[in-house]
Ligand binder design. Structure first.
Ligand code: MG
Ligand code: MG
Length: 272
């Protein structure tokens, strides 16, 4: 069953989402060659607790960490390690926070130093596909409208759309109904309802869509060893339209990037 949220609940969820957004902004400033994902994980936990929240992933399904950090061919669910990040790496950082009983869950793939042009393109297209998907999250549409839009957009670039992992409803539980696949058919699946909140999160591979899990029981990697990207936003359906609860504004501030990409999904532009 899809659990609709009241306006009040959506505002509470916005707070949780923004704590994650700020955490990703902090990570953006810290991530560089020589830093380990374990160091980032410790900083993230401290940051989240300083903001009156608790890490959303830690302890959930036995997850040992605050962040899931997926480097290069790692798709998602990478566990932080003491291996230093290297120049040219891409690192997908997925983060959750729980405050006032509601979850935020949001992710960004970072470029570390100079990244290969074809990899930068993968990141750009994956992020664009996130907004292509969000645009379809509106009254009258269904789960398959979001998925098929993301699939069509990314496959047009020759990329592989991960099938086994999907976006999801979000609320008092990290994973609520409905599942939000990044593939599908127009008009397929559950109908969207006012007040629902979802995490839309394309996981897009440069090569094959096929993945496997490493022996650590967590880390998902591409079968062909090619890079993978992951971007995720928390979105509420308000007045029949998608409204962003999370923001990349803190990441962009840290990286010195100017962007108005989120403005169409807000009543007023987000100001830090
Ligand atoms: Mg996530
Ligand atoms: Mg998620």
């Amino acid at each position: 069953m899809i659990i609709s949220k009241t306006r009040e609940e959506i505002e509470i969820m916005r707070e949780s989402a923004l704590i994650v957004s700020k955490t990703l902004g902090m990570i953006a400033a810290e991530i560089k060659p020589g830093v380990t994902t374990l160091e980032l994980d410790q900083k993230a936990e401290e940051f989240i607790r300083d903001h009156g929240a608790v890490p959303g992933f830690k302890g959930l399904y036995g997850c040992p960490s605050t962040l899931l950090t997926s480097v290069n061919e790692q798709v998602v669910h990478g566990l932080p390690t003491n291996k230093p990040i290297e120049e040219g790496d891409i690192v997908s950082v997925d983060c959750g926070a729980l405050k006032n009983e509601y979850y935020g869950d949001h992710a960004y793939t970072f470029e570390v130093g100079e990244v290969a042009e074809e990899t930068r393109k993968l990141l750009q297209v994956t992020k664009e596909s996130l907004y292509v998907g969000i645009r379809e999250f509106k009254m009258g549409n269904r789960v398959g409208d979001v998925g098929s839009a993301i699939q069509k957009y990314t496959e047009a670039h020759g990329y592989g759309v991960v099938r086994d992992l999907v976006g999801h409803g979000l609320g008092k539980k990290m994973h609520e109904e409905p599942n939000m696949p990044n593939y599908g058919k127009r008009g397929w699946g559950k109908k969207f309802v006012e007040g629902m909140v979802v995490a839309i999160e394309p996981m897009i591979n440069m090569g094959t869509k096929n993945i496997k899990q490493l022996k650590d029981g967590w880390t998902i990697v591409t079968r062909d060893g090619k890079p993978s990207a992951h971007f995720e936003h928390d979105v509420a359906l308000v007045d029949g339209k998608p409204e962003l609860l999370s923001t990349f504004a803190y990441v962009y501030q840290a990286l010195g990037i100017e962007s108005d990409e989120e403005n169409e999904f807000r009543a007023t532009p987000f100001v830090i």
